[in-house]
Design a protein around this ligand. Structure first.
Ligand code: PLP
Length: 364
């Protein structure tokens, strides 16, 4: 039986949250128009800039990441202009759908699931057509692919009118991401993935160019109007009531992350990727993501050769205290994913892999 008092989440979001971070949420509530809140907000800005590696402001919003997807699509693309989405998995597909649903003229560069996008593909598209924005998912959580964000950023930067928008929901704080060095205008994330906080808070580093663009966009909507969010941010505040408890937790988590060091944190996840891929290969599984682009925070295991019963696997693992993923979208069952993001440590990953070995032995 499990030595834990709860099920440890090995799913790629929400992920396991450490007890002291959960407890940081139980501080007494403060009013969001109080000085105490403005102080908290200012401290968070400082710490967030240090982990986003940016001089830009960081929006902190009460919504899941999906909200800021919508905000990015709405605020960054003018009427009569286009947005280019790089699509290669369930999440990149959904962001493109959100742009379309918000009435934006949307083109896509589609690659087969499991493949990465290349800078050459983007260079070709930008040479043929002008775009207000290029939108890409850093770490495609469904397929376990990490896109070459830096190299694509070099291409987009050749077109000064084109904003570079990056979803790093499951990459941020788990794998290398350098907002300013990589010339990213907007990078958005959610609290419940590699940040290892409870769900409910979205964040985005926003460049001046994004705000300049937003001013030229009609119908930015209300809840995700970047101009309004910026006006409040300048006063260390938010337009509507923010997720204050999550912000308490975020401060505690950022302190821990800064103490661990960003590069050590990235290295811990890279090491867990290596352990997980070695395990999968040596047990006769494949890896779904293209070699060279495999995610440091989630491994999508290709189950098509071995074809294990993923429901039985998840049931067995649940019995020993682990909540497992069974694959996502069109590759459910053909794949399953092991998330090694957030605050997971290598010894816990080893327990997960040992558990999977026990399951495999029980099916022999
Ligand atoms: C989970 C996820 C999202 C959606 O984020 P929510 O916070 O659930 O709205 C977007 N993009 C990626 C890459 C994700 O993994």
């Amino acid at each position: 039986m499990s030595k834990r008092d709860h099920k440890y989440l090995v799913i790629p979001g929400p992920v396991e949250v450490r007890k002291e971070i959960l407890e940081a949420q139980t501080q007494w509530m403060i009013g969001h128009r109080s000085t105490a809140f403005a102080d908290l907000f200012a401290r968070l800005q400082d710490k967030l800039k240090r982990v986003f590696l940016t001089q830009n402001r960081v929006f902190v919003h009460g919504s899941s990441g999906t909200g800021l997807w919508e905000g990015a699509s709405r605020n960054c693309v003018r009427d009569g202009k286009k947005i280019l989405h790089l699509v290669g998995g369930a999440f990149s597909e959904r962001w493109a759908a959100i742009s379309r649903d918000n009435g934006k003229d949307t083109d896509v560069i589609e690659v087969p699931w499991g493949q990465a996008h290349t800078p050459e593909m983007v260079a070709e598209a930008l040479s043929k057509q002008s775009y207000d924005a290029v939108a890409v998912v850093h770490n495609e959580t469904s397929t376990g692919v990490t896109n070459p964000i830096q190299a694509i950023g070099e291409v987009v930067a050749r077109y000064p009118g084109t904003l570079y928008l990056v979803d790093s929901v499951s990459g941020f704080l788990g794998t290398e991401l350098r907002t300013d060095d990589w010339k990213i205008d907007l990078v958005l994330t959610s609290s419940q993935k590699a940040f290892a906080l409870p769900p409910g808070m979205a964040l985005a580093a926003i460049s001046d160019a994004v705000l300049e663009r937003a001013k030229e966009v009609k119908n930015r909507g209300y809840y995700f109007d970047f101009i309004e969010i910026e006006a409040s941010l300048k006063k260390n505040n938010t337009p509507s009531t923010p997720p204050i408890s999550l912000m308490f937790a975020a401060e505690a988590q950022l302190d821990a992350i800064l103490a661990e060091g960003l590069e050590s944190r990235w290295a811990r996840h890279a090491a867990m990727r290596a352990t997980t891929s070695d395990w999968a290969i040596s047990r006769g599984f494949g890896l779904f993501a293209q070699e060279g682009y495999r995610s440091n925070t989630v491994t999508t295991i290709d189950n098509r050769t071995k074809n294990i019963d993923v429901d039985a696997m998840a049931k067995f693992m649940s019995g020993i205290g682990f909540s497992m993923d069974k694959g996502y979208g069109q590759i459910k069952g053909k794949t399953f994913r092991i998330a090694h993001m957030g605050d997971m440590q290598p010894d816990v990953l080893q327990e997960v892999l040992d558990g999977l070995d026990e399951f495999l032995a029980s099916t022999q």
